[in-house]
Ligand binder design. Structure first.
Ligand code: ASP
Length: 449
């Protein structure tokens, strides 16, 4: 029998009703033996997240301002959940001690971590699972860096002593026992660590959407869900701005080859998205996995005759960026041209200095600067090896009247990146989606009909 680890996000635990959904999900599958909860999130869009309130309490305490009122909201939320669940658990002493600790100078990490800690106590009680505090096995160094190897070793030891357990997400401890959290959204990481530690057959990440969509629904109407995606494709899409899992959550499970299933607590029957190591080559020409993009890039294009024969030209160009503390995103090249694509956040007022250095050190024939660029990544398996994919993409953009300013297929065979003017961004994403996805769906429907 396989072991599944189920992590539930904040909206999945926002109130008692959600806790009950979580209980029925966990208990409906014997293999769901390890559960990682977040702190209660928003019940509706204008609601407060418990974690935010805890940070606020800490800030107020730090400035010797009373945080009674804010803490009362937190108390009410938890006590309300316990009462509605009708479980025999007295959280008052825990809440009192947390309040006292915050008042007497406990760290921001300690304060924030209590959101998941209290969720964990409630859920363990509700499920009748053991409660395991992650300070027992999630190891940070003295300097607060996450120690993956030590954690894995301890996780195996500690978790093997419990056949069913609830482990609060988001935090661990330094060697002196002090609490350290991951960055925001870090319960995803805890789930992945637990999955690796118990050699799970599946890491389920329960949230409030039925998996990832092939494109941003604010741009494309009703985009189709992604049923399967590889870790690499996911990395490409999330790098390009698709809002997915916490980046660091992928690594522990990817290393162990454990698939991740993104599921919806409010629609558990939906398949969601399965993230796997490999799904083999595509069966149909031109199938893509998803489209994502980001705005706010600048391209610096440098042209010089016989550049290809000039030793060290590329290195000198890049060292100018390095000397200015700027990292670049892409570097498409031609025979006598090199372009560097830089995000505006990196450039941050240093453009003139960079241009002056390029003129000085490289004596180019021409430098062109294209601001207001957006990059769009079309991701899919075997893109570089499938004939006609690029042609289809560029035809779609041309038909939509979009001028392509940059193309970068690179060596990554799962991604074609195009640069367009920022104002063409949405039109371009829709054109690509229509060409690859809507055209395919209607062809399939035609065949079926
Ligand atoms: N509660 C934490 C946050 O709001 C961690 C998490 O939910 O994953 O960032």
């Amino acid at each position: 029998m396989g072991v599944k680890v189920a992590k539930f996000g904040g909206t999945s635990l926002a109130d008692a009703e959600q806790f009950l959904k979580v209980r029925s999900i966990v208990l409906s599958d014997e293999e769901r033996r390890y559960v990682v909860p977040s702190a209660p999130g928003r019940r509706q869009p204008d609601d407060q997240k418990i974690t935010d309130l805890l940070y606020l309490c800490h800030t107020l305490a730090e400035h010797s301002v009373s945080f009674d009122e804010i803490f009362a909201i937190i108390e009410e939320r938890y006590l309300g959940i316990v009462e509605a669940l009708e479980i025999d658990l007295d959280l008052k002493p825990e809440l009192e001690s947390i309040k006292a600790q915050i008042a007497s100078g406990a760290s921001a990490d300690y304060a924030a971590s209590r959101g998941e800690y209290l969720s964990g106590l409630i859920l363990a009680h509700l499920l009748r699972f053991d409660f395991v505090d992650p300070v027992e096995f999630i190891v940070f160094t003295h300097r607060g860096e996450f120690d993956s190897e030590a954690t894995q070793e301890k996780a195996v030891q500690v978790l093997s002593r419990h056949s069913r357990a609830v482990i609060p997400g988001f935090y661990g401890a330094r060697p002196d026992g002090s609490i350290k959290t991951f960055s925001r959204g870090g319960s995803d990481i805890t789930g992945a660590i637990v999955a690796r530690g118990v050699s799970a057959s599946l890491y389920e990440n329960w949230t409030d959407v039925s998996g990832f969509l092939m494109a941003d629904p604010r741009i494309v109407d009703n985009p189709l869900p992604i049923e399967q995606i590889t870790y690499r494709e996911l990395r490409e899409l999330s790098y390009m701005g698709a809002n997915v899992l916490h980046e660091d959550a992928i690594f522990p499970v990817r290393k162990a080859g454990i698939p991740i299933n993104i599921k919806n607590t409010n629609a558990p029957q939906d398949k969601g998205t399965l993230i796997v190591k490999d799904v083999g080559p595509p069966t149909q020409m031109g199938t893509i996995t998803g489209i994502a993009g980001r705005k706010d890039f600048t391209v610096i294009a440098v042209e010089k005759a016989l550049m290809n024969a000039e030793l060290g030209f590329g290195r000198r160009l890049l060292s100018i960026l390095e000397d200015n503390g700027i990292s670049f995103e892409h570097m498409p090249t031609g025979i006598d041209t090199i372009s560097v694509v830089i995000s505006d956040a990196q450039l941050n007022g240093r453009l003139d200095r960079v241009l002056a250095s390029i003129r000085n050190k490289l004596s180019p024939d021409l430098i062109e600067v294209h601001p207001n660029m957006a990059l769009i990544a079309t991701v899919g398996r075997g893109m570089a090896r499938t004939p006609g994919v690029a042609a289809k993409l560029f035809a779609a953009l041309a038909d939509a009247g979009v001028n392509v300013r940059m193309i970068d297929q690179g060596s990554s065979e799962i991604n074609i990146i195009v640069g367009v003017e920022t104002e063409d961004f949405e039109v371009a994403v829709r054109a690509i989606y229509d060409a690859f996805v809507r055209a395919r769906s209607s062809a399939d429907a035609g065949l079926a009909g």
